[in-house]
Design a protein around this ligand. Structure first.
Ligand SMILES: [Zn+2]
Length: 155
């Protein structure tokens, strides 16, 4: 038996398991205003699947995307590292920019499958869909305190 990498011995649910979880979640979507239902399934580093569906609101801006619902569920489950994401819509749509940015908070490069009801249409990655995410190290106070550095110069 040869080992070619750290992931060689770890087993994660395959794309089909994510497809089925996303399809189940999509059937539970709450989308009375748009009728556009979305299911998402995310695999955490522990191998557990977290799913989400879109949850619309009469105040449209309060609508939650399926991807962010799945992410929030994963974080609530104690997972902050993810292995792959599958998103299922009628037209195998790309996640919205807000969801891509929230994904980037936890994973810089995440394999993403875009699917419709018949199966996976496209395999891509977070780094392809959002190549220049606003990164946490750009946020004030996340590493060096720029103001403190300025203070040191000022004396
Ligand atoms: Zn979104």
């Amino acid at each position: 038996m040869s080992e070619t990498g750290a992931n060689q011995n770890r087993r994660f649910p395959d794309w089909q398991a994510l497809f089925e979880a996303a399809r189940d979640a999509r059937h539970r979507a709450y989308a009375p205003y748009s009728g556009y239902t979305v299911g998402a399934a995310l695999v955490g580093s522990g191998g557990k699947i977290y799913s989400g569906c879109n949850v619309e609101n009469v105040s449209y801006g309060l609508t939650l995307c399926a991807e962010r619902v799945a992410m929030a569920s994963a974080v609530a489950g104690g997972e902050r590292r993810w292995e792959r994401l599958l998103v299922l819509t009628a037209d195998a749509a790309v996640p919205c920019g807000a969801c891509l940015q929230v994904l980037a908070e936890f994973c810089r490069d995440l394999p993403i499958a875009l699917a419709n009801e018949t199966g996976i249409v496209r395999l891509t990655a977070l780094s392809q869909l959002l190549p220049q995410a606003f990164a946490s190290e750009m946020a004030p106070g996340s590493q060096k305190e720029p103001h403190q550095t300025d203070q040191e110069f000022i004396g």
